[in-house]
Each structure stands twice: as C-alpha cells, then as structure tokens.
Design a protein around this ligand. Structure first.
Ligand code: NI
Length: 255
C-alpha cells in the first residue's frame, strides 16, 4: 500500500511511457497518487489524469518558480480548476523559492498569499514548496489562517517541523531521506510522530539512493518507507499503512 502524495506525471520525462507506467505502478502496490500542479497547464493536466485513473487525484496551483510570468487571470483559473473538479483535493504546489538568483520575492509572496486565500475559501489543504525560505514560508502560512496541508520535501529544522505539526500540518518526506548527507532530515523523521508524516516522490525528481539522479516514480517510495521503518523501529508495512491513512485523511479521500 503506497500513497504518493506528490508527483508530476504530466512532466515530459513521462511522455514516452506515462500510461503504461501508471498502470504498472497501480498493479504493483501504488494505491493513490496526487499529481501536484506547477502552473495552470499542469493543473489542468492533473485534472485529466484524475478523470482517466480512479486512484489519481490532483492539486491545482502555481509553483513559486513561475511567479514572474503569473497573471491575475492565472490565479482566477487556479481557483476555478479547484472549485469545479471534485478530484482536485488540494491547492499546490505553492510557496516560496529563493534558491536561484533573480527570483522576485515580492511577486512570489503575492501569489503565495493569493493561493493560500483560495485554499481557505474552498476549505482545501495546501501543498507547500519552500526552498531557502523557511522562515518567510512559516510566517506567511501562520498569518494566512490555513491550518491543513503538507510541507512538501521538508528541508527545515526539526523544531520548525514540530511547529508546523502543532499548526495542523503534515511533513512530506521523499527520496532525500535515503541520501548519505540526509542527517538533518533523519533527525526530523526521528522527532516527528509517524502519524504526522506522509511519503512522496516529487517524481521525476529526487529518486531515492539506489536510483539517485535517475527518473523517479511512485514505486520507489518503497526505499523511503524502508528507511523510515528503520528510523522508527516499526515494520515496513506499518509505515506504508499509516502514511497512506495520513494521506487519505489530509485530502479527504474516502475510498
Ligand atoms: Ni513538486
């Protein structure tokens, strides 16, 4: 039982075998996938995948890396996609990314706040992307009043993770946990209760250790689950079961 709470199957990396791969993964233990939006186009692609596959859900949102080219009508469209499609189960991925030079901080903050408001208005959880912007992300979420969602590909401190959990959020952990230099994330996994953790790929990116640098897919979550089981001292099956239940709870998935 695997729930991949964050994937990008609309990415061109899957163009040659998307449908075969999705079906193969489902036959081999991937029970749920949430495809994260990065812009209007990928949010719409997620909706289409959700129509095609009953176990695929999606999120509608604009990634901070696309802040510069985002218009007000894009924000309106993101809201419309989320409002009109039942299988859009979150607003995301949204947030802040100060990693690359030339980022527009004001614009990123502006579209982040607008999308947090959409989540609040529609009573949907958020999927948060935060890179080199931990404190700003935390402060803006806190101020927004949004109290449910996932801090995706968590990279902050164990203390901040605990603060997010206190606010009602889940910590999203993926392939990075299996990397040799993952000491900080291992610490987070040790500190945070398994009932507040979800697993994710961010595929095609961030493949776990044996496949690092290669194309990632939801089946590889088993390597993350194995590492998590080792850290938590519980069985692999328990990790998969609990994190899947957590995912269903966040996104309001009944079946
Ligand atoms: Ni992502």
């Amino acid at each position: 039982m695997i729930f991949d709470t964050h994937a990008h199957y609309d990415d061109i990396a899957f163009d040659e075998d998307r449908d075969e791969l999705i079906e193969y993964m489902h036959q081999n233990g991937v029970d749920y996938i949430v495809n994260a939006g990065e812009a209007v186009k990928s949010s719409l692609a997620g909706v289409e995948m959700g129509k095609k596959y009953d176990f695929v859900y999606s999120a509608s949102g604009i990634h901070p890396e696309h802040a510069n080219e985002t218009t007000d009508s894009d924000i309106v469209e993101i809201e419309k996609i989320a409002r009109e499609n039942k299988k859009v189960v979150a607003i995301g991925e949204i947030g802040l990314d100060y990693h690359y030079e030339g980022y527009n901080k004001e614009k990123q903050i502006d579209i982040f706040k607008k999308q947090l408001k959409i989540a609040k208005d529609l009573d949907l959880p958020v999927i948060i992307h935060s890179r080199d912007a931990s404190q700003d992300t935390f402060d803006i979420i806190k101020e927004s009043g949004v109290r449910k969602g996932i801090i995706h590909c968590y990279s902050g401190s164990a203390q901040m993770a605990a603060d997010y959990v206190k606010m009602g959020f889940f910590i999203g952990i993926g392939g990075v946990l299996t990397y040799k230099n993952a000491r900080k994330l291992v610490e987070v996994a040790e500190e945070i209760d398994i009932n507040n953790i979800v697993l994710e790929t961010d595929c095609p990116y961030l493949a776990p250790a044996p496949f690092r640098g290669k194309r990632n897919n939801s089946l590889y979550i088993q390597y993350v689950a194995e590492k998590m089981a080792e850290i938590k001292g519980i069985s692999y099956d328990e990790v998969c079961k609990i994190t899947s239940e957590n995912g269903k709870k966040i996104f309001g998935i009944q079946s």
